[in-house]
Design a protein around this ligand. Sequence first.
Ligand SMILES: C[S@@+](CC[C@H](N)C(=O)[O-])C[C@H]1O[C@@H](n2cnc3c(N)ncnc32)[C@H](O)[C@@H]1O
Length: 336
Amino acid sequence: MQSRRRPGSIEDVRRSPESSAAAAASGTTATRYADFGVREARGVSGAYERLSLAVSRDPEVLALLDTLPAAKRQPNLLFGVVRLLGGPVGDPTEFRAYVTSTWPKIAAELRVRSTQTNEPGRCAALLPVLAELPQPLALIEVGASAGLCLYPDRYAYRYGAHVLGSGAPVLDCALTGRPPPTGLPRVVWRAGLDLNPLDVTDPADVAWLDALIWPEHRHRRTRLRDAAAVATAEPPLLVRGDLVDDLPDLADRTPAGATLVVLHTSVLYQVPAPRRRAFVDVARDLPGHWIANEDPDVLPHDELPEPPAALHNLLALDGRPLAWTRSHGQAMVWFG
Ligand SMILES: C[S@@+](CC[C@H](N)C(=O)[O-])C[C@H]1O[C@@H](n2cnc3c(N)ncnc32)[C@H](O)[C@@H]1O
């Protein structure tokens, strides 16, 4: 079902039943929480490290989580929902008491929500590629969430001492292996495709984006507000749809005279493997360019150099790997 076609709106196209928002997870729930605590939260969020390790050892909370589909048991999703509901995330004992006493309300939110963290900082990792493509650009972001990565031309950047652009947010990126970009791209059209687009002009959607930011990351909360102000001034065209089934139709709307760039960051881990492969086929067949910033476990490449510590994502242009990037765009090591 196709609906409104004005810029700045959220449009509906059909949902793909086989492309669920999250790929089925493997391992027990206890293992997932223990792994999350050690591999993802340690050194990044003391609060979430404590909570996830406590949950991994708590049979009662694990049993509650196991009443949900696997994709709805993720640590990030549970912690985000508790934050959204105003529950405590600083102390494992208080967290446990809140979860066990408020479970029906929490479970209802977990069932209808998914992790849709929208991190504009990732534009700093995309910029070196975007700035060097034939201008002007028409951007399509798949898995856009609220579309905050569709404004690489509107943000300011600091690559060490090298500053580009002005205003807020200012996106810091420690870049090594190549000189920083010398200019901003010229974007004449921007559109996002998402199974569940969020609306930056809706306070409830912004509250969910805020709840998904980890407790200690105050700078990211400020960045969210600054980027949301940029997007609110010129809301993106967001289409509700699937990145395989609905991308060709959206690409057909690219204005003449602009270079089409299909991009995605931290999306494919939510897409089942056969659908990822189908997406790659679709993206490769489109005219223009394709930029991926994804974990190589979900978008594999041959013969990659060793990733530097904490740089888990790989930036690739048209399937050619170029750089390791850190998850929020705060660092990149160029090798391409
Ligand atoms: C973790 S968020 C990343 C958002 C944004 N790319 C960023 O980096 O800030 C992943 C987004 O992908 C969307 N998504 C997952 N599977 C999808 C699919 N099959 N088609 C379109 N969007 C999808 C989710 O709804 C979610 O908003």
